[in-house]
Design a protein around this ligand. Structure first.
Ligand code: 5AD
Ligand code: SF4
Length: 473
């Protein structure tokens, strides 16, 4: 595996720190998009904090404003341009440094628009140059240059960056990056490059370190998390097997053995990569949550084919059945796109039918959004916005009814909950999540934060459950 040498970047951290030596500077970071981006932002924060910047939640107080962007759907673009416009005055008044990074910066038309309409932006970096922020910042500060640091490569592995995590009990660990699937609606393969996995040893050492620091819950992340090491095995790219890890299934087993970790989740998998060994590992590993995210995208075999998803409605339902048979009490969440080009009423009804059949714990619903450069954008039979919205609302109604119905089944049950903190809406209450990722609110002392407790569910509400502590574990 090709690891990037970050020696030079670490030296630039020292150089910027020297420039900032006698000053307390503040940074503001806005992260758009998925948990992979959140994890990247934790690395950006880690670097900034090593360079004497402290985090602020107030953009107007910041000496450095950083936007970490997402381009999976259209609405993020308007949000970004709005924010960049908002920070202009602040820059004029106190010289705030503006940096923009992430997926959207890998899109040519966006960078062009930024250059033309927002020339005051100091640093633009892409998904493959995140680790270069210290050097880019040095140049912006010392040489007063505008930096455009974007490269278009297949992607390498970066290890050893400092990290400042958002949470002290739950941690995300990126295990692979990129995507080779090219679903026809999706921009990700164009902006995140080809699939590449981290070395097993680097991942396991990171998680062991987290366990020592007191982290209880690990979420393994990847654009195609369950195809971990698949490309390396197929293309005979060298990697070092470590503690028996040479696949996603063996990685789950190895993480399950790490003392101190109590819960393991993973996102986002592809249905085609749920091989038998992965299903069996989920069954066997007591810490792996039996809540599986299984992105459906559409319930119509015809639409799935045009989406290039590589499975049919029947194959998806078969996989659900196989998993149900092998893994006791398994439940599912999913992603669905409504209004993909050419989607007919019948196609949409197929989607509704799968939703009715599988009874998902949660459905993340998206209105199809045209992404420049993808095959979907070039298709002629785009669905009118009004129809997309109508279908979206029909799906939403079905999903909400199902969730309300499903919530009833929790009443009176005892759930394992990792206590995350006090509830945002009521400081006297604690909050945490069940294995199935449901938010639970209950009374308890603050010293329980970070522990696992058993909660009896006493009432249900649309988006959360209320309970009483049965006992701490
Ligand atoms: N339009 C709408 N939704 C999309 N997603 C990905 N690309 C698009 C698009 N162009 C959704 C998919 C994916 C989730 C992360 O975002 O459902 O699983
Ligand atoms: Fe996008 Fe499909 Fe890759 Fe997921 S698997 S990132 S939806 S192309």
């Amino acid at each position: 595996m090709q690891k990037v040498d970050i020696k030079e970047e670490l030296q630039y951290i020292e150089k910027v720190k020297e420039i900032n030596q006698n000053r307390t500077l503040q940074y503001y970071i806005l992260t758009m998009g998925c948990q992979l981006n959140e994890n990247d932002s934790e690395k950006l924060s880690g670097m900034l904090e090593k360079m004497n910047y402290q985090k602020t939640e107030e953009m107007k107080e910041a000496d450095l404003v950083l936007f970490n962007t997402c381009c999976v759907r259209e609405n993020a673009e308007e949000k970004l341009f709005g924010k960049v416009g908002e920070v202009k005055k602040q820059k004029e008044e106190k010289g705030t440094i503006i940096a923009i990074g992430g997926c959207m910066m890998q899109e040519e038309h966006i960078v062009k628009k930024l250059k033309q309409s927002y020339p005051y932006v100091d640093i633009i970096f892409g998904t493959h140059t995140l680790h270069k922020l210290p050097k880019d910042l040095y140049k912006a500060l010392e040489e007063n240059k505008k930096i455009r640091d974007i490269i278009d490569i297949d992607g390498e592995i970066i290890e050893g960056l400092p990290i400042s995590r958002n949470d002290h009990k739950k941690a995300s660990v990126t295990i692979m990056n990129g995507c080779n699937n090219f679903c026809s609606y999706c921009i990700v393969p164009y902006v995140r490059g080809r699939e590449r996995s981290r070395e097993p040893k680097d991942i396991l050492n990171e998680i062991k370190g987290l366990a020592k620091e007191g982290y209880k819950e690990i979420t393994l992340l990847g654009q195609n998390v369950n195809s971990y090491l698949r490309v390396e095995r197929e293309k005979k790219i060298e990697f070092e097997e470590y503690e028996g890890v040479n696949s996603f299934a063996t990685l789950l087993r190895a993480v399950n053995n790490i003392e101190g970790i109590e819960r393991i989740r993973f996102i986002s998998p592809h249905p085609k990569d749920f091989t038998e060994d992965v299903i069996e590992a989920i069954r066997d590993c007591n810490k792996v949550c039996k809540l599986i995210h299984l992105p459906l995208q559409s319930g119509s075999s015809q639409v799935l084919k045009i989406m290039n998803r590589k499975y049919t409605k029947e194959q998806y339902l078969n996989l659900v059945e196989r998993m149900k048979k092998t893994i006791p009490n398994v439940v599912f969440t999913t992603d669905i796109i409504v209004g993909f080009p050419g989607e007919t009423e019948e196609d949409f009804e197929d989607t509704l039918e799968v939703v009715k059949q599988v009874k998902f714990e949660q459905v993340f619903m998206f209105i199809y959004s045209r992404r420049v450069g993808t095959p979907g954008d070039r298709m002629e039979n785009q669905i009118p916005e009004e129809m997309k919205h109508k279908r979206f609302n029909r799906l939403k109604e079905l999903v909400e009814n199902q969730i309300a119905e499903n919530n009833q089944t929790y009443l009176g049950t005892i759930q394992k909950v990792i206590v995350e903190g006090t509830s945002k809406n009521n400081e006297k209450m604690l909050t945490g999540r069940t294995d199935s990722n449901k938010v639970v609110i209950f009374e308890g002392k603050e010293e329980l934060i970070g522990t696992m407790v058993q909660i009896k569910i006493v009432s249900e509400h649309m988006w959360y459950l209320k309970g009483k502590i049965e006992k701490g574990c």
